[in-house]
Design a protein around this ligand. Structure first.
Ligand SMILES: [Zn+2]
Ligand SMILES: [Zn+2]
Length: 284
């Protein structure tokens, strides 16, 4: 009987970056791409019962594919006049001249969207904006969060979340300086991670422009040969390939997963490699 592979019976999905983390009583979202809309939908039932959503958002950076889900996050419109006590906290870099707040405001300014971010700020029970920088450490409840700067156009951060002896690392939108020698900042961030979510957008051939058009140097994304080294050198237990290329088919993403797993094994590593798909849940 034919043994079907994931890409033959399902799809990795096409929404942009959003990962939810539950750490004890805390709910954290890494990035607010279009997947953020689905997170809002999934939480509606619970929020209507409890009348509160307490959520901390860690923004890798402010490129559109990481913030465009915000205006479509339903809980934004459950305001204090209706009895909702929502409590939103956003962390992100300064993105050169503009802070987190002005960028989130900007994408909802008229005529880009019918509700302004200012209205949301006025009508939400609690809403805070915090700026991060490299090597910062702060707490979200009992979870300890650490930041490291990544290599991507404009200011971009990876986040390490430690809770109950487990380590989750979110490091997307990152380009290797040298595939054989991972950036020490990234190794520091990912050291001993139980789960590392890592940018792996291209194949090496696409990155180098040998196929698929122009080289992608300087575009801020990675490929299997580089992330396999990170898995090995940082001693990562499970690595999730993330930020798939919109041009990749399901089969190409599956091949990238297999290729990365083979590269890890060839280097003598035992990291389990998984290509991220929508709805993937991992218990640490
Ligand atoms: Zn980006
Ligand atoms: Zn991106």
């Amino acid at each position: 009987m034919h043994n079907y592979q994931f890409h033959e019976i399902s799809t990795y999905g096409g929404n942009t970056s959003c990962v939810e983390i539950i750490a004890g009583n805390e709910r954290i979202a890494c990035d607010m791409g279009t997947g953020f809309r689905l997170l809002g939908n999934a939480l509606f039932g619970e929020v209507f019962k409890t009348k509160i959503l307490r959520l901390t958002v860690l923004l890798s950076h402010l490129h559109w594919d990481h913030i465009q889900g915000l205006p479509f996050f339903g809980e934004l419109y459950l305001n204090k006049e209706s009895g909702f006590k929502n409590d939103f906290t956003f962390y992100g870099g300064t993105n050169w001249q503009s802070g987190v707040e002005s960028c989130l405001q900007g994408q909802m300014d008229p005529p880009l969207f019918p509700v302004s971010f200012k209205e949301i700020e006025d009508q939400t029970a609690k809403l805070q904006m915090n700026t991060v920088h490299d090597q910062m450490s702060f707490k979200i409840g009992e979870a300890v969060v650490k930041t490291r700067k990544l290599n991507h156009p404009q200011e971009t951060y990876g986040y390490r979340i430690e809770h109950s002896g487990k380590v989750f690392v979110y490091a997307t939108d990152n380009e290797p300086y040298d595939p054989l020698y991972p950036d020490p900042k990234l190794l520091d961030l990912a050291k001993g991670a139980d789960v590392l979510v890592i940018d792996c957008q291209y194949t090496k051939n696409i990155y180098e422009g040998k196929v698929g058009g122009v080289p992608r140097h300087g575009w801020g994304h990675s490929y299997p040969e580089a992330v396999a080294q990170i898995a090995l050198q940082a001693g990562v237990k499970k690595m999730t390939l993330f930020h798939h290329d919109p041009a990749s088919t399901d089969e190409q993403i599956y091949q990238m997963e297999q290729n990365t797993q083979n590269l890890v094994h060839a280097l003598g590593g035992n990291t389990k490699v998984i290509a991220a798909y929508e709805g993937l849940e991992i218990e640490l």
